[in-house]
Design a protein around this ligand. Sequence first.
Ligand code: UDP
Length: 197
Amino acid sequence: DNYSSIMGIPVPKITMDATVDRISRIIEEKRPALFHVVTLNPEITMASQQDPQLRSIIDEADLLTADGIGIVMVSRLKGNPLPERVTGCDLLLKLLETGHREHWSFYLLGADEFTNNKADEVIRSKYPNARIVGRHHGFFKPSEEPAIVEHIQALNPDVVVVALGAPKAERLIYKYKHQLNARVAVGVGGSLDVIAG
Ligand code: UDP
């Protein structure tokens, strides 16, 4: 079986390398539909049991990965192990590495303005060929969302990095899936804080 069921959610047995390959192919194909990657942590997995909307976001995601070690441990205990953790932060670093090699474009959404700006600077210096085409901090009002989404739409990035925390990021990606005009969107938790140092 290619899946391990975690609280009723079929999580594919996919390594980090396979995850990055899958995303690379999506970007190369330049598909018009946005590919939503959800890195599942125990909090959203648990919350989805009581929250049907969150459950449909997870069900409709194009790819799930096991962000939390707890999820990998449960899969092992059940005798149907997931190969490894694929956290939002590790995945973002791999995507930046690959994006640097392949000249992908990125939009950075989330964290406070100082952190977002610092992460942008760090990425520009470490991965100069990964083009950051736009960025916005993550403390906007709901009324500001449409303008941010229109900006992303106009920029047409390969990857929208959404660092708003889970499940805020997942809800935003789901809500605007058909408007973002990007190849891939992924919620990456506090990764911009990590990159900003
Ligand atoms: N954040 C944000 N907007 C918000 C709330 C949080 O941009 O309204 C950012 C916060 O600054 C941090 C990230 O989202 O960079 C949340 O990180 P955390 O590690 O808590 O996320 P989780 O791992 O729980 O998804």
